[in-house]
Design a protein around this ligand. Structure first.
Ligand code: NAG
Ligand code: NAG
Ligand code: NAG
Ligand code: NAG
Ligand code: NAG
Ligand code: NAG
Ligand code: NAG
Ligand code: NAG
Ligand code: NAG
Ligand code: NAG
Ligand code: NAG
Ligand code: NAG
Ligand code: CU
Length: 566
């Protein structure tokens, strides 16, 4: 091709790209091979599921608004599905991933090509397995850069550093899962937390497995934190430095300074770190926030090392920063309340002001009677959990397939908009006759383009716990939260309808409430669940089906040809 012709073609492509007629003339493909990988941590060997043999898995870098295809090939011996956490997948729930909700598992020896369409997400999200407890090791970062390079609403960082928090059991996680489901008690607590797969130097036999982050004095770094921990909200603190929080869950925030962060499983937090302190080593320390039951109460560390010259050697053991105490509810809730959306001309804040659908969902721990006399839950019963007193029963084929094909008998459409019984949800001791839930496979239909408000009410049934609630297919505005029972007369007065944070996972505080709002403009089948893995395993989930709109551009796309069926 002559130079002129090539130039004309380039200009044409650029014009088309600019006008949005086509998003890209070359879709990027990624290969995800799910394999079993031998792995050693804390002087103990085991085999874990990974993607491409990497733990954490590969980081996916995309540009705002891009569409990619990830070819998932299951070369392991277990079923798996992959979820794109926080990616809205407009009108295309087929790639969303939750097992038996939007798809059947990708069986060993089979492939599934997942088309992932990014829209207004920017910053940090992640991907993870969404079947049994595989997400403990099958996860990785998704980093979404602005269309124009370095076009950030904050000072351009010198470099960016993904930090994935994980949780490690010396034993096989699937055995941990099947054991507690069988005995009715709590899961065994983990043996360590991890930062980018490394436990850090405070555990037995872990000194060599410490992540080192090297920085240059005077430079600014964008740290992208993802909480891939299974069962606890985490505190993170860097010795000697304050950080500037600038983003969460794939959206920008009004910057604020803090000396620690609190982050829920499922959530992401982006912050800037200015390396302007004395050139030496500092710890990054990460530990749990948890108020209920037994939990892993250990601290994982990484080292922040200033690049030094031989003439200024750094002392080797820095002091450990003091994290908020593991039971410090206010440290968790206060941090979360500081999150506010950054006002930008090209990212309007559209909080629904008069929601057309108002839902009130109670989030409860529950117990079920033991089939014999040996269960390990409270009073010899088995643990369970529920939303509006309903424990979710997993169907045998996916709800999405049943909905799309009109197959009856898989689910019912009568998920209640309010709990069946009003009681003092947060009273000190909820009577035991209220502990046993009902069960079912129920969904709630949403009209296309309706505006939805959900008040999540944590209850003190069995025991109060924080619940990081995650909604698939949408980001929502978190307009308010508080402790105790929600008061529908007075509490709405405290709502922030101006610049609430836009999130996909929000921790509902222990024995408290949180209100979210969103516009149901994404037709499909979308899971809502607690992102504490044990609560999910005990049934704390429900499903929204957002109906199609009238025009073709407001309706679900058809399934891909290699969609995994049962
Ligand atoms: C773990 O595996 C490594 C390499 O395969 C081996 O050298 C080591 O002895 C094993 N450790 C244990 C505790 O089995
Ligand atoms: C599945 O993907 C792998 C690449 O990991 C490829 O080698 C194989 O041919 C694919 N199989 C099918 C049936 O498409
Ligand atoms: C769980 O912990 C118990 C008690 O320490 C132990 O006997 C059991 O083997 C553990 N199970 C798994 C799967 O780690
Ligand atoms: C009792 O039920 C529990 C939970 O299903 C099970 O783990 C245990 O093996 C059962 N014990 C007997 C004696 O059947
Ligand atoms: C961090 O902020 C606190 C106030 O929140 C302040 O007391 C402290 O001096 C700051 N530390 C640094 C290193 O700037
Ligand atoms: C957790 O560990 C910290 C020290 O690291 C201790 O102060 C605290 O009491 C422990 N909490 C629980 C519930 O064990
Ligand atoms: C946390 O636990 C400690 C005892 O380990 C207690 O002194 C403190 O009051 C507790 N803090 C909160 C906020 O409950
Ligand atoms: C509900 O229980 C809480 C905690 O025991 C108590 O403070 C509150 O007054 C109770 N509310 C009502 C309406 O009884
Ligand atoms: C939950 O449902 C069960 C079974 O219908 C019922 O016995 C119980 O009272 C309900 N509990 C609450 C808190 O609504
Ligand atoms: C679900 O509820 C039905 C009664 O509606 C009961 O027969 C069944 O055992 C329950 N299933 C579970 C898993 O609790
Ligand atoms: C959804 O509702 C908004 C507000 O009423 C309206 O501006 C928009 O056009 C509607 N979208 C569709 C596709 O109907
Ligand atoms: C794997 O998925 C298939 C298809 O849904 C299902 O029939 C099978 O029972 C699953 N296997 C396991 C071990 O869950
Ligand atoms: Cu929960």
């Amino acid at each position: 091709m002559g130079t002129t012709k090539a130039m004309i073609l380039q200009i044409l492509v650029a014009l088309l790209l600019h006008s949005g007629v086509i998003y890209s003339y070359a879709t990027t493909y990624y290969n995800f091979e799910v394999v079993e990988t031998p792995y050693s941590r804390l002087c103990s060997n085991k085999t874990i599921m990974t993607v491409n043999g990497q733990f954490p898995g590969p980081t996916i870098y995309v540009t705002e608004g891009e569409t990619i295809v990830v070819v998932v090939a299951n070369k392991a011996r277990q079923n798996i599905t992959i979820h794109w956490h926080g990616v809205k997948q407009p009108r295309y729930p087929w790639s969303d991933g939750p097992e038996y909700i939007t798809q059947c598992p990708i069986r060993p020896g089979t492939n599934f090509s997942q088309k992932i369409e990014f829209s207004d997400e920017i910053g940090t999200l992640w991907w993870h397995a969404h079947s049994d407890w595989s997400r403990a090791t099958v996860h990785g970062a998704v980093i979404i850069h602005p269309k124009k390079k370095d076009n950030y609403p904050f000072p351009v960082p010198h470099a960016e550093i993904p930090i994935i928090l994980g949780e490690w059991w010396k034993n096989d996680v699937q055995e941990v899962l099947s054991e507690f489901l069988e005995n009715g008690g709590e899961p065994n607590i983990s043996d360590a937390f991890l930062i980018n797969g490394q436990p850090g130097d405070l555990y037995p036999c872990s000194r060599k497995d410490t992540l080192k982050i090297t920085v240059d004095h005077g430079k600014r770094y964008l740290i992208r934190v993802i909480n891939a921990v299974m069962n606890t909200i985490m505190f993170l603190k860097i010795g000697g430095h304050n950080v500037t929080v600038v983003g969460t869950d794939g959206a920008y925030l009004k910057p604020f300074t803090s000396d620690y962060i609190a982050i829920s499983p499922g959530q992401t937090i982006d912050f800037l770190l200015l390396a302007n302190q004395k050139s030496q080593n500092y710890y990054m320390a990460v530990g749990p926030y948890s108020v209920a039951g037994t939990f892993d109460n250990t601290t994982t560390t990484a080292l922040l090392e200033y690049r030094t010259t031989p003439s200024t050697p750094s002392p080797s053991s820095p002091p450990l920063p003091t994290l908020p105490e593991s039971n410090n509810t206010l440290a968790s809730a206060d941090f979360t309340r500081k999150l506010k959306t950054l006002t930008l001309e090209n990212r309007p804040i559209n909080v629904p002001l008069n929601p057309s659908t108002k839902l009130f969902f109670t989030l409860s721990m529950n117990t079920l009677p033991c089939p014999n006399s040996t269960c390990l839950g409270p009073f010899g019963d088995r643990f369970s959990s529920s939303i509006n007193n309903l424990t979710f029963d997993q169907p045998n084929i996916s709800i999405l397939e049943a909905y799309y094909k009109g197959i009856n008998g898989v689910y019912r459409g009568d998920f209640p908009g309010r709990p069946p019984l009003a009681f003092n949800y947060t009273e000190a001791s909820v009577p035991r006759e209220l502990w046993v839930p009902a069960n079912g496979t129920k969904v709630r239909y949403l009209d296309y383009n309706s505006t939805v408000e959900i008040v999540f009410q944590g209850t003190n049934t069995v025991t109060g716990v924080d619940h990081p609630m995650h909604l698939h297919g949408y980001s929502f505005y978190v307009v308010g939260s508080g402790f105790g029972d929600f008061d529908e007369k007075t509490d709405p007065g405290s709502y922030n309808l101006v610049d609430p944070p836009l999130m996909n996972t929000i921790a509902v505080p222990v024995n408290g409430w949180t209100t979210i709002r969103f516009r149901a403009d994404n037709p499909g089948v979308w899971l809502l669940h607690c992102h504490l893995e044990r609560h999910l395993s005990w049934g704390m989930m429900m499903v929204f089906i957002t109906k199609n709109g009238k025009s073709p551009s407001t309706q679900m796309d058809p399934p891909p040809p290699d969609f995994p069926r049962c």
